[in-house]
Write a protein that binds this ligand. Structure first.
Ligand SMILES: *Cc1c(COP(=O)(O)O)cnc(C)c1O
Length: 427
């Protein structure tokens, strides 16, 4: 399937029905699977045969959708998780343990920032954050002998910075660690990080992949190129026998293409759960079938809204890498030639009060914490998610009180611009 174009994989990837079988992917709504003999099931549990025995680890519906996402990203294996948070945690924790260290771009989703800097720190995993636009020397300097992964987001939520994937991949590989890229905002329709050197790709499928605000979910894809055995001492979880799993050495038994996802499934899913429900996987697949059509429209609307806002006297500045003056425009031309996403952020003059008045005046664009679905929505961190912070604290965090993030949906650009225009007119 991966030899087909992205559009074709979006529609038909991951599932090929046989004669007389359902055209749409079946929802295997079953926690468990039946076997004729104990030996049949034993072979599955021992990872000697492939098949299903318990949905906490694997489910056929999920695997069809994961295979589609893996094909879209050009990876060798994929898995679904219950959320984007679970995807990023698993991707990191699959290769890090107490005493290890991660280097991450500081320009990442707030939930991931908390996960890495607070929760994983409690597990004894340290992090060094680097600015997304850092030089090769700055990035080099952040590495330690115990660094196990480099992490970044293709287009960061909500800062909208664009990651220099080739630079990050080169430095990661120089230090013998994989680059993990969260590709949620770009989606594989607009960027395939593995082609630029990334090793593992993660997603919050809750966003554009689902695209309709229907189901929380996540995905992990392995590019299958990182040679764990070449860094045997660094990654004992993959390169030495797993006593909790019949003494299997994942990198030996499943090779470059399969080791990472097999370990993540057999060990982390087994122990932490966090599986996506087959029903959610079905919804996700419906979203994926139109992802290529929707992304083009999200980008068209994002561009129209960004261009409109840029010219308005009530707006101090606009962040959107599709704008020629944006600091990330050159990187976007390289990594996102088809467009970035539908999320635009801008700072309104007059701080919190102006932002609040503006947002309350919107008729079509709703106030939501969500982004990246069919219906346009917006958020002012200062009056919602970050309301406990003072103006000074907000400024220090790089979040001006008047900052508004608008996620352009699939409505007519003209109607979105008209709504923004009338709300700005209220100020
Ligand atoms: C939303 C988001 C997440 C977290 O995903 P959930 O599905 O909400 O758990 C992770 N990364 C990025 C870039 C996101 O936008």
């Amino acid at each position: 399937m991966s030899s087909y174009n992205t559009e074709t994989i979006c529609v038909q990837g991951g599932y090929k029905p046989g004669n007389g079988e359902p055209r749409q992917i079946p929802i295997i709504q079953s926690t468990t699977f039946k076997y004729d003999t104990g030996a049949d099931m034993g072979a599955l549990v021992a990872l000697e045969a492939s098949g299903y025995f318990y949905t906490r680890l694997q489910n056929p519906t999920n695997d069809m959708v994961a295979a589609k996402i893996a094909a879209l990203e050009g990876g060798t294996a994929g898995m679904l998780t219950s959320s984007g948070q679970a995807a990023n945690f698993f991707a990191l924790f699959n290769i890090c343990q107490c005493g290890d260290h991660i280097v991450s771009s500081s320009s990442i989703y707030g939930g991931t920032f908390n996960l890495i800097s607070v929760t994983m720190a409690k597990m004894g995993i340290e992090v060094t954050f680097v600015p997304s636009g850092c030089t090769e020397e700055e990035l080099d300097a952040a590495f330690r002998p115990n660094t196990k992964a480099l992490f970044g987001e293709t287009i960061a939520n909500p800062a909208l910075t664009v990651l220099d994937i080739e630079l990050f991949a080169r430095v990661a590989h120089k230090h013998g660690v994989p680059l993990i890229v969260d590709n949620t905002f770009a989606t594989p329709v607009n960027c395939r990080p593995i082609e630029w050197g990334a090793d593992i790709v993660t997603h919050s499928t809750t966003k554009y992949m689902d695209g309709h605000g229907t189901a929380v979910g996540g995905a992990i894809v392995d590019g299958g190129k990182f040679d764990w055995m070449a860094h045997k001492e660094k990654y004992p979880g993959l390169t030495t026998p797993d006593e909790s799993y019949h003494g299997i050495t994942y990198a030996e038994k499943f090779g470059l293409g399969g080791a990472f996802i097999t370990k993540c499934t057999a060990q982390l899913m087994r122990d932490f759960g966090s599986i996506q429900s087959p029903q959610h996987a079905f919804y996700l697949n419906l979203g994926l079938e139109s992802l290529h059509v929707r992304m083009a429209k999200h980008c068209e609307n994002g561009q129209a809204v960004a261009e409109f806002l840029q010219g308005q006297p009530q707006v101090r500045n606009v962040s959107y890498c599709g704008l020629p003056g944006d600091p990330y425009h050159e990187l976007a031309k390289k990594y996102l030639p088809k467009g970035s996403c539908g999320v635009v952020s801008f700072e309104i003059r007059g701080g919190r009060a102006a932002a609040e008045k503006f947002m309350n005046s919107l008729k079509l664009i709703a106030i939501e914490t969500h982004v990246a679905d069919a219906r346009s929505c917006c958020l002012n961190p200062a009056t919602t998610t970050h309301r406990q912070m003072t103006e000074e604290q907000l400024a220090a965090a790089g979040i001006p009180a008047g900052l508004i993030r608008v996620s352009c949906g699939l409505e007519a650009a003209e109607d979105l611009v008209a709504d923004l225009r009338q709300a700005l007119g209220q100020l």
